[in-house]
Design a protein around this ligand. Structure first.
Ligand SMILES: [Fe+2]
Length: 285
């Protein structure tokens, strides 16, 4: 019998009174984002996954307005349990090297996030997968929490995954777009970690390569072979990359630009990732 887990990402949930998502499609308003998430969770429930993983930018701006987190928390009543969640830049702030990175603000945002959603890094085993969720936003920062997470991650990864489990490392912001030396200045740098945050993550991944790397943030689904692992990019439920007018997309790995979610499925021999669009081509998003 096959076994599945579900990944839902970049929901960008905000109160109805909030504005659009910064220079994006005029269609992209808070009620539409909520409608998309409700629809995604309906579809996820039908699959009966053993666990649901939420990939960051879960809120649109809880980093600055904590009330956004409550909107999401209420909606997650619709999500099959257990669910596990990691933060994105809109939840706890931008990574080191990005404009507006503020260690003090991030420290309080991480504290608030933990009070509402629990720890921002964890391990959860389900359906034949070992998913290691981490907070990509604090990598390379001066936060004490970053050092603690790195130590924890080394400890977890130094124990090989049980032979019957596929090991996934799951975090919000892609480490790079083309390769580990990426240094963009055309706006594409907003789509991946900067070198300061990327390097400590690279050190760990090269020392303890997972079977699959899973990231959000780019609002595009892809699956590609990379180094010693597979890389799965998660789609958004809020809006596809093609609607994000302010963000260059030419360097982002090629894939599917539709709102949706992803399931991972095991059988005795292997695994597969499947993209689930929220809408058929004849339906309006
Ligand atoms: Fe993001």
């Amino acid at each position: 019998m096959s076994q599945k887990i579900a990944f839902v990402s970049d929901m960008h949930i905000a109160p109805d009174s909030a504005g659009a998502l910064r220079s994006q499609s005029l269609l992209d308003l808070p009620p539409r984002r909520k409608k998309h998430l409700v629809h995604a969770l309906d579809q996820v429930r039908q699959v009966k996954p053993e666990a649901v993983f939420l990939g960051g930018d879960n809120t649109n701006q809880a980093a600055d307005a904590p009330g956004y987190a409550q909107e999401l928390f209420d909606l997650l009543e619709l999500c099959p349990r257990p669910w596990k969640i990691i933060p994105g830049n809109h939840d706890v702030g931008p990574t080191v090297g990005w404009h507006h990175h503020d260690p003090e603000a991030m420290k309080s945002a991480v504290k608030r996030y933990r009070e509402i959603f629990g720890m921002d890094y964890w391990v959860h085993e389900a359906a034949g997968f070992q998913v290691i969720g981490i907070n990509s936003q604090i990598f390379g920062s001066s936060l004490q929490e970053a050092e603690q997470q790195t130590q924890w991650l080394h400890e977890v990864l130094s124990v090989p995954a049980p032979p019957d489990l596929i090991r996934c490392i799951f975090f919000h912001t892609p480490p790079y777009l083309k390769d580990w030396d990426d240094q963009f200045t055309d706006g594409s740098e907003m789509m991946c970690l900067k070198q300061e945050a990327r390097q400590p993550l690279k050190d760990i991944l090269f020392q303890h390569p997972p079977d699959i790397l899973i990231t959000g943030h780019a609002h595009r689904f892809w699956i590609q072979r990379e180094h010693r692992w597979w890389w799965v990019g998660l789609p958004a439920t809020a809006l596809p990359l093609s609607e994000m007018d302010a963000v260059p997309d030419h360097l982002v790995p090629s894939g599917t630009d539709q709102v949706g979610w992803v399931s991972l499925e095991r059988d005795a021999e292997s695994w597969k990732a499947e993209f689930h669009p929220l809408f058929t081509e004849s339906e309006s998003p």
